[in-house]
Design a protein around this ligand. Structure first.
Ligand SMILES: [Zn+2]
Length: 173
């Protein structure tokens, strides 16, 4: 039986993995519930402690929980719902790989193996899709402009071809 909060967490994370971003559509099925703070480390079943996560992220994260030494060195995982990841890591637009900007960011990437080849390929494919969508949008815009120009020219041609008929004198009898 699934967790009573499964559906709520699933909706909260928009059916995608809080850690790596893959969606149910990409993996072809439902994802899993992760306890951000593992139960083995005293984590609760409160909604804020539950993260919708793909099987791989869940496996790699396992029951890691930082001790005091880890925390002092910034070794902890980012919470997808509460931590802003942008100061900690950045995506290389060309390679699709993530780079840590802080010790926490680097640690987060390493533990969750966020540069696994399939995920990098997924990021690149997503980026390509966005570029193509933008291209299509621009082409549609261009096409609409061309259609307006053609229509205007057509109206002009209509006026030109109608013009002489209107000014033609009545034939002399
Ligand atoms: Zn994931």
């Amino acid at each position: 039986m699934s967790h009573p909060l499964f559906e709520a967490v699933r909706q909260r994370y928009h059916r995608s993995c809080g850690y790596c971003g893959v969606t149910e559509t990409t993996v072809g099925g439902e994802l899993t519930l992760d306890h951000y703070r593992p139960r083995s480390a005293g984590g609760s079943d409160e909604p804020d402690n539950l993260v919708y996560a793909c099987i791989k992220c869940n496996q790699y994260k396992s029951d890691y929980w930082p001790n005091d030494v880890d925390l002092a060195q910034g070794r902890r995982l980012l919470h997808p719902g509460f931590d802003d990841a942008s100061p900690h890591l950045i995506e290389d637009e060309v390679t699709g790989r993530l780079h840590g900007l802080t010790p926490t960011g680097s640690f987060h990437i390493t533990v969750l193996r966020l540069n696994r080849p399939q995920l990098v390929a997924h990021r690149l494919a997503y980026r390509l899709e966005k570029i193509l969508e933008e291209k299509v949008r621009l082409l549609e815009q261009q096409n609409a402009e061309l259609e307006r120009t053609v229509a205007a020219q057509q109206r002009y041609l209509d006026v030109l071809s109608a013009g002489p008929a209107r000014t033609r004198r009545a034939p002399l009898t």
